[in-house]
Design a protein around this ligand. Structure first.
Ligand SMILES: C[S@@+](CC[C@H](N)C(=O)[O-])C[C@H]1O[C@@H](n2cnc3c(N)ncnc32)[C@H](O)[C@@H]1O
Length: 452
């Protein structure tokens, strides 16, 4: 095997120069990169090599010799083992700079000359998540809720998740205690046995409505009536209690079939003055306070005058579409999850919006058809998942040539790739606005406007 500049279990003193997009400190040993877990730029640390590859190595920090002024005390040491909050040791203003810098770096690499504005952050960057998906496993013979340790499926027991709405944490513990009381077995991944796989909880930030979904390996859950009765009595905010069947050997959390045990089969919440129904299988942004900031950026960027046709691709339950419909002539949404499209249609009528239509389908297929049919959009909104736009989608944009493209992105790497592709059709972007939707984590959301 080729000789590497460092070897496994070696300890060396290094100075950290940068932070990777995953939040690991980067040091160089004669130009060879060392990724040091938990270390911050400017810090001098003792690094213990855990893995040495041909082109880089991983290390663990065993001693902090000189700390960064941006280092803060993490909320909980154990919590750091999970990867839920990989930036919790970095002061919040520095987290916001880190995100801006990440986008700048990716744009530079893609040779894009676009100004990246300072990240819009939160006043209180904890307790913001409106959704939790908590794995349930047996730990030492006891049904336990918590989170997986990084790069593993070993469950670390946790009661306070810090970044979730504290009411969600309380609801999870209440469900856990009832499952313990009625001796319901937790799921066992090794042999696909047991009953309870996950507890999924959503809470409306504005409505305070609570939705609990018990994800189970079977429909047959003992004492279900007792559990439902006790939960409804204990949680006055409970608006929806559901059972979701997932009996496949998979890392996907939710199965396709859901039964309502109590209340509605949806949750309601408000955003920018409109009410939205959200089904358990539908996407809904997890940081409601910052979602309003993000959507306002997108609405301002679209600069609608009232006579435009807007396409909202990857429209989910229609949150962006319906916010835009108030300022446009017509909005067409396209989304691949049928339940989300159903929600979007209901949401249009709940908010008395008559100029928005929603289609189920892959955005790349539907956009191609619209372009072939000669449909013209003045504004194209895109809010794709992390993998960004499909090449067929970008090609259809080149055919339709909307006047403006407003790109809401949750992954700056695919954003940079897609902007470069759209440039081929004569689009340019002047600036990018990151909005911090996920404090304490490395995830980056941003809005970019492209015009011809
Ligand atoms: C980041 S979410 C945005 C949803 C919505 N704009 C919002 O803010 O709530 C991306 C959405 O794209 C949907 N999706 C994923 N792949 C798709 C595809 N190929 N075509 C259409 N929709 C897709 C997902 O189901 C999800 O609802």
């Amino acid at each position: 095997m080729a000789k590497t500049p460092v070897v496994k279990n070696q300890e060396l003193t290094v100075t950290i120069e940068d932070l990777t997009y995953e939040g690991m400190g980067v040091a160089k040993v004669d130009g060879y990169p060392l990724f040091v877990d938990g270390a911050l730029p400017g810090e001098k640390v003792v690094a213990h090599i855990t893995k040495a590859e041909k082109k880089f190595a991983f290390a663990r920090m065993t001693e902090l010799l000189e700390a960064s002024p941006d280092r803060v005390e993490p909320k909980a040491k154990a919590y750091a083992q999970t990867g839920i909050a990989p930036l919790q040791h970095l002061a919040y203003p520095a987290q916001l700079k880190f995100k801006q810098h990440q986008v700048e770096t990716l744009f530079q690499k893609a040779k894009l000359d676009i100004e990246v504005k300072p990240t819009l952050g939160m006043d209180q960057p904890f307790g913001y998540r409106n959704k939790a998906q908590i794995p349930v496993r047996m730990v030492n013979g006891v049904l336990t809720t918590g989170f997986y340790k990084r790069r593993s499926h070993d469950l670390l027991p946790l009661e306070d998740f810090y970044i979730q709405d504290p009411e969600i944490d309380k609801a999870v513990l209440m469900v856990r205690d009832l499952l313990r009381k009625y001796q319901i077995p937790a799921y066992n991944e090794a042999d696909n046995s047991g009953v309870i796989r996950h507890i999924v909880v959503r809470r409306g930030y504005f409505s305070h409505q609570l939705m609990i979904v018990l994800v189970t390996n079977t429909w047959a859950v003992d004492h279900l009536e007792d559990i439902v009765k006790e939960l409804t009595e204990a949680l006055p905010e409970l608006a929806s209690l559901m059972l979701n069947l997932n009996n496949r050997k998979t890392n996907v959390i939710l199965g396709k079939k859901t039964r309502t045990l109590f209340g509605h089969d949806y949750l309601e919440d408000q955003l920018l003055g409109s009410t939205f129904r959200i089904s358990p299988l539908s996407f809904y942004q997890v940081n409601p306070q910052q979602t309003e900031v993000l959507y306002q950026q997108a609405i301002d960027a679209a600069d609608l005058k009232g006579n435009e046709t807007v396409i909202d691709a990857y429209s989910g339950i229609g949150t962006i579409s319906l916010s835009m419909a108030k300022h446009a002539k017509r909005v067409l949404g396209v989304e691949v999850v049928p339940e989300a499209v159903h929600d979007a249609k209901v949401n249009a009528s709940l908010n008395s919006i008559k100029n928005a239509e929603f289609v189920v389908g892959k955005a790349e297929d539907v956009m191609t058809k619209w372009a072939e049919d000669g449909l013209h959009a003045d504004v194209l909104m895109v809010d794709p998942p992390r993998k960004g736009l499909a090449p067929e989608f970008t090609a259809a944009v080149g055919k339709m040539l909307p006047d403006k493209v407003v790109y809401v992105s949750c992954n700056p790497a695919t954003l940079a790739r897609d902007i470069a592709a759209l440039q081929e059709f004569g689009y340019t972007a002047k600036s990018n606005q990151p909005v911090d939707m996920f404090p304490q984590t490395t995830s980056i959301e941003s809005v970019t406007v492209l015009t011809k």
